[in-house]
Unconditional design. Sequence first.
Length: 366
Amino acid sequence: MSITVRTAEPRDLNQIAELSDRIFRSRRATHMAEEFPYLYSPDNARHWHVAEDGGHIRSIVGAMIWPAVIAGARTRVASVGSVATDPDYRGQGLASRLLQLAQSGLAAEGVRLMLISGDLPLYRTFGARAIGRVDWYALPPNWAVAGRYTIRPIDPDTDAPIVAHLYQTRSTRFGRTLAELRAMLAAQPITQVEQGSKVALLVLADDVPVSYLILNHRPFRGAGASRLSEWAGDPKSMLYALTQVRDWPEQGMRIPVLPDDLAMQGTLYPLQPVRQEPVSWLAKVIDGAGLASDLAPLWDEVAHEPPRVALTAPDVYAVAMDGQRWTADAATLTEWMFGELVPHRPAPLEDVWPMPSLWPEGLNYI
Ligand SMILES: CC(C)(COP(=O)(O)OP(=O)(O)OC[C@H]1O[C@@H](n2cnc3c(N)ncnc32)[C@H](O)[C@@H]1OP(=O)(O)O)[C@@H](O)C(=O)NCCC(=O)NCCS
């Protein structure tokens, strides 16, 4: 057996989609390539890495590159997903090798941070770590929000620019073109509540759009709670729309609130979170020095002398601040920069870190 690991080419996309469906959609009549049109587009082939044996693709790692804004500062991230190996080829290090290859390719394109969907020992060995913190609130079924709003399903074509404007009010977010946003909205399985799937709603006050929401709706018995997946704009109007959703699920509605989401925390007061956990993706800083230079303007505003980050060996960094110096591997640096729930960050770094985490469960989810 002679296995080659390499960057994918456009002609590989059919085999990649076929392997993905076999692994991830074996019990569903849906297709990964239709659900994630940009990820599986032949134009995105160079961000896939594959292991091939005898002309057949046996292992895949997919990625998409995004501009990102973190607390107002611009940087570049990649979301990594559809990690799969043919069952006959597992346990030989193929996925691990593809992740390393993906890291080199992405870093060469200026990506600073990899966000990896899922949490596997394999990802942690690679150097990815849990980051951020999300407080989950349970919205009571009788929660009343005063206000006069109208609600309607989002039309991917005509409403995309409005959704984009509202999303831009978030200071930590992914950058996405209008065409990408349209495709993401259109790829949502359905915008009707009755279908029991994703619900995409626009909320208006006196005909002015004030918020939107994407709800991962599970109205069926035993299906678990519905989860708010993405929203932006005025939190009160968005909560109002949630209370109006038909087929309130047996397990209720869950609302993720990030630490920098002060307006939402205030709107939900006096409710308290029912659960607190890291965000659902692991992350790995793959270019710590580049990330530090992107974010330095932000740190200047909160620290007398912002931290400096230099690469000293592959995936090993020297971090210096206030006359002190620490060595951190990529996993540790990731936790220091983005971990809300980590106990071991050196005290001086607490002035600037953690940074807000990108919320991975919205439309950019891959
Ligand atoms: C998860 C998955 C992609 C791993 O693929 P893989 O090619 O077997 O991955 P690797 O071989 O690199 O690593 C798997 C394990 O084998 C070990 N391994 C790696 N090289 C090895 C070798 N030469 N000999 C023995 N074991 C080895 C790894 O350490 C790893 O162990 P760990 O899980 O305890 O960390 C594969 O199991 C899969 O397709 N699962 C279903 C889809 C899925 O869950 N995808 C992830 C979505 S989040």
